[in-house]
Write a protein that binds this ligand. Structure first.
Ligand code: SAM
Ligand code: SF4
Length: 266
């Protein structure tokens, strides 16, 4: 399917939860987070219906994200349901890696093709400071297990403040080179200020070639991360919500004053 700026839209990112087992300083406040009501969280059946409909309309690339997708109960079952849908050519999942060691094999067996793992530093103390709760060894073990399980290529998402030449970023880059991992540098962004930029090593953040729609964990199709526009599948029906998101996809993002990475799905 094509939007009105003739961009081919073939990529759907699905946020399966706004919950997370970390509290990264740039993503979530430490406390006082307004979480979605459980009743509003999209069911696996609804997600499968959205994937089926969107594949019929031209989507062939799916990514599961969050929040932290691996904290949602039954996530492996969802992966199995999506991987059976004919027409999904590229099927990945983004995770902080904390529980990846436990899940990698089952995810692969359920039909997941590959994972992106977030890793901003190798320094255990700094990692704990950034994530407020995490231990970097868990992530490194998760990455190794994902490679063993065949979730390749494993890609590393590294958030940088200003430059990919920062000491932490250089260390992560060297670790990736040594361990046969692909790295992408994401500049730290402010959704509500409209501060966003191109992902180094990836396609995100470049409005001219944006091919994405998003499904939020409370069942809304968003045409752009940097906009407040959203179309509720429960109110409009899935096809109409997708069509409206497609037709209203902005030429270029501006700002998002309503959502955050963890509840839209970064
Ligand atoms: N919890 C999973 C994870 O951390 O990979 C998936 C969801 S997370 C919201 C997806 C990506 O968004 C992560 O790579 C994270 O580093 C990135 N992210 C979160 N907040 C960000 C911000 N303010 N600026 C840039 N990237 C951000
Ligand atoms: Fe959780 Fe991912 Fe946000 Fe960190 S970036 S708080 S791991 S959702």
């Amino acid at each position: 399917m094509y939007d009105k700026y003739n961009r081919r839209i073939n990529y759907l990112r699905i946020s399966v939860t706004d919950r997370c087992n970390l509290r990264c300083t740039y993503c979530m406040p430490e406390s006082g987070i307004q979480l979605m009501d459980h009743a509003d969280i999209i069911t696996y059946e609804e997600i499968v219906e959205v994937v089926q409909k969107s594949v019929q309309m031209g989507i062939d690339k799916i990514r599961i994200t969050g929040g932290e997708p691996l904290v949602r109960k039954g996530i492996v079952d969802l992966v199995a349901m999506i991987s059976k849908i004919q027409g999904v050519k590229d099927f990945g999942l983004s995770t902080n890696g904390i529980t990846l060691k436990k899940h990698a094999k089952a995810l692969k067996q359920a039909g997941l093709q590959r994972v992106n793992v977030s890793l901003d530093t190798l320094d255990p103390e700094k990692y704990h400071q950034i994530t407020r709760l995490g231990h970097v060894e868990d992530v490194l073990e998760g990455i190794a297990e994902a490679q063993r399980a065949g979730l390749n290529p494993v890609k590393i998402n590294c958030v940088i403040k200003k430059s990919s030449q920062e000491p932490d970023a250089l260390e992560v880059a060297a670790y990736c080179k040594k361990n046969n991992l692909q790295i992408r540098f994401i500049h730290q962004m402010e959704l509500n200020m409209g501060h966003f930029s191109v992902v180094e090593g990836g396609d995100g953040g470049d409005c001219k070639i944006c091919n994405r729609l998003r499904l939020t964990a409370d069942g809304k199709i968003k045409p752009c991360l940097f906009s407040n526009l959203e179309y509720n599948i429960r109110e409009l029906g899935i096809e109409e919500a997708i069509n409206q998101a497609l037709n209203h996809k902005p030429k270029c993002g501006t700002a998002n004053t309503k959502g955050s990475f963890y509840n839209i799905g970064g």
